[in-house]
Design a binder for this molecule. Structure first.
Ligand code: IVH
Length: 666
């Protein structure tokens, strides 16, 4: 009996402590313990709850993710209507908003609370006696859908509030998907040939409307509160901004970008600053929201139809706009792959004039059903290349199908579809000037021969002016040649020649990468360089290459094919004659302490995956994607995936980053 009581007390203490650490981490962004220490507490609670399931309560921090999918969502009536906002698109409209309300209130200058306008999905959360009870979508403003189970899975929505909470609290805010999670989710969807989401807002909405909360839990959503609709049993602060700070104290997440300013000019300054920061913030915003800060003044101002008079959404320039697709050109890459590029009627997208956008490949065009002459949605987010999201079907009139050309638009060689892949390729090889230009750009790039100053534009000019034809011609360039180029000064020409000279001292790995052998990236080049000299590699058979960890029949085939081409061997000889050298010692790695071992990587590590892979390969180990009974070890970084659980289940050794470094050093 005493023992049972002890256990109940221990469980309560663990929960209280974990809740506090969740609050520090997710709400205040100021953790006081390490992840490892947190894991110890969490695992102890999990273990005790597994042993005493009758002591599990729904708000325990272990119970965020439910396991039973729903059949459908229930409809919920909101306690008070969920309103929308008036929009402004210019400074003039902002100034007008301020004038109008100052007139109504007969005031000189007002304090305004300024916040980001989050581009996600509006939700309402209800806490009773400090426990998260219910959450719903905005719906039509009066009725929303009960998505409590899905909202519970979001790490920044805590199931229990901190002490001193009110009896009843309803907060409203936005669920967003951070840009990084959105990009990862779409990469995964594309690799599985599934339909990607058009933007983070749709991805957040789609993730919240999952009947199985386990799916939502995987989507890395976040919550930010922007108002309190009900606070029962506690005195109300006087201002909106103080209300938000009070919410934060209770354990509700708010944005760090919130502030209060005096006068409308300062609001415009806030807008300008946030617009500059827009691309750097982890989530998308479509503007700012300005609110009269004084709650008694808000009450005086009241509402017009479904929007408050005291607030305004001041929108940023749109990141998605509609324009017409005038033409499609095909660009030819280094390996001959054709990429369709949309030529658009020029439009401003988020403040930048856009007339070209990528269409990825023919399969994407077919999947999105984009046709010549269509009105299309163009999207530009941050530094990302503008992309055609899809056609506006309601505006479709005279359109025609986009066809893959039969001949290469650059050299006229045949274009063939790549078997098993979405792309098509020009068969011209180095006859094709586009492929030549791209392969020279690759050769001089930082990871290759690293020739500073020889940028894309200069390479294009050199090839077009017939001053160079292949990579070996770079080493015969003279100052006289370079000075023939547009806008090339004496100083720049000298600098380029110095860089060319400097690049002659390289490593075999960089040299192999620079050659641009298909599917030989940085890590494969390093692996090859650590096992063969160049002459050995030229002679190597497919079977010998396949003996190396991580080299399969396809890559081995590309390597053998490359060195089987007379023209390639001629260029390599010319490069050697030009004086390109690398230290001999890196060529043969005979010491392979990890030969025969297989490792799997999961989670985020401080080094790039390619780097770790290359190092392990050099020591003789293989790196594979999935955990099986044969795996020798799983290397675990931050935020590991399901591979960790599988490894634990199979009893496979787990290594953290420190242990990995030790292994590599040993
Ligand atoms: S306040 C009565 N603040 O914008 C005031 N809304 O266009 C209600 N939104 O449905 C909203 N960020 O989902 C407010 N900082 C913010 C916001 C915000 C995004 C959304 C909200 C609302 C929509 C109205």
């Amino acid at each position: 009996m005493v023992k049972a009581l002890d256990i109940a007390v221990r469980i309560a203490r663990l929960r209280e402590s974990i809740d506090k650490h969740n609050y520090n981490y997710y709400i205040l962004d100021a953790p006081t313990i390490s992840d490892a220490e947190y894991d110890v507490l969490f695992r102890e609670l999990q273990a005790l709850e597994a042993q005493y399931p009758n002591l599990i309560i729904p708000e325990s921090p272990t119970q965020k993710i439910g396991v039973t999918p729903l059949d459908s969502f229930k409809s919920i009536k909101h306690l008070t209507q969920m309103l929308s906002l008036e929009n402004a698109f210019s400074e003039k409209e902002l100034v007008y908003f301020d004038q109008k309300i100052r007139q109504l209130l007969n005031k000189d200058k007002l304090n305004y609370a300024c916040e980001p306008k989050f581009d996600g999905l509006a939700v309402s959360l209800i806490y009773e006696n400090g426990r998260f009870m219910r959450g719903a979508t905005r719906g039509d403003g009066n009725f929303g859908e009960d998505i409590t189970l899905n909202l519970r899975t979001i790490p920044t929505i805590l199931l229990s509030l901190q002490a001193d909470f009110p009896e009843k609290l309803e907060v409203r805010g936005e669920v967003v998907m951070p840009k990084s999670s959105f990009n990862k989710l779409n990469e995964l969807a594309i690799s599985k040939q599934e339909k990607p989401f058009a933007n983070p807002r749709n991805a957040a909405a789609g993730s919240l409307r999952q009947l199985d909360p386990r799916v939502t839990a995987k989507r890395k959503l976040e919550f930010y509160a922007y108002s309190a609709a009900v606070i029962d049993g506690k005195p109300l602060p006087d201002t909106h901004h103080e209300t938000l700070l009070q919410l934060q104290q209770w354990g509700i997440r708010i944005s760090t970008e919130n502030t209060v300013v005096k006068g409308i000019e300062a609001v415009q300054e806030y807008y300008n600053k946030l617009l500059l920061k827009r691309d750097k913030l982890p989530y998308e915003m479509d503007g700012i929201v300005v609110k009269v800060d004084d709650l008694s003044l808000q009450e005086k101002l009241g509402f017009v139809s479904r929007a408050p008079r005291w607030a305004l959404a001041y929108k940023f320039p749109a990141q998605e706009v509609i324009t017409q697709l005038e033409d499609v050109d095909f660009q030819v890459g280094r390996t001959g792959v054709l990429t369709p590029v949309a030529r658009l009627k020029t439009v401003a997208v988020a403040g930048v004039m856009v007339s070209n956008a990528t269409l990825h490949n023919m399969d994407e065009i077919a999947r999105k059903d984009i046709r010549l002459g269509d009105y299309v949605i163009v999207r530009r987010a941050g530094d990302v290349i503008p992309e055609v999201v899809g056609p506006v079907l309601e505006k479709r009139e005279n359109t025609s199908i986009i066809k893959l050309p039969k001949k290469c638009p650059v050299c006229g060689s045949d274009v063939v579809k790549i078997e098993g892949e979405a792309g098509a390729r020009c068969e011209g090889g180095l006859i094709c000037s586009a492929q030549r230009i791209e392969s020279i750009k690759h050769f001089v790039s930082r990871k290759g021969m690293d020739i500073e100053g020889l940028g894309a534009k200069i390479v294009e000019q050199l090839v077009n002016e017939k001053l160079i034809e292949s990579v070996s011609d770079i080493y015969a360039l003279t100052k006289e040649n370079l000075l023939k180029l547009e806008r090339m000064g004496d100083k720049s020409a000298s600098n380029i020649l110095t860089s060319i000279e400097k690049s002659k001292n390289t490593t075999l790995a960089k040299f192999l990468f620079a050659l641009g052998i298909r599917e030989v990236g940085e890590s494969t080049a390093q692996l090859l360089a650590s096992h063969f000299s160049l002459d050995e590699l030229i002679q190597a058979k497919i079977e010998t290459l396949q003996d190396l960890p991580d080299i399969g029949p396809i890559v081995a085939g590309h390597i053998v094919f490359f060195f089987g081409q007379k023209n390639n061997l001629k260029i390599i000889q010319q490069l050697r004659d030009a004086g390109i050298v690398w230290p001999k010692h890196q060529q043969v790695q005979t010491h392979q302490p990890l030969k025969g071992k297989t490792f799997v990587l999961t989670g985020t590590l401080s080094f790039s995956r390619d780097e770790i892979k290359a190092q392990l390969n050099t020591l003789g180990a293989k790196v594979t994607d999935s955990v099986s009974a044969k795996t020798s070890g799983v290397i675990v970084g931050e935020d590991p995936g399901s591979k960790l659980a599988k490894a634990q289940k199979l009893g496979i050794p787990i290594l953290n980053e420190k242990e990995l470094i030790k292994l590599l050093k040993a």
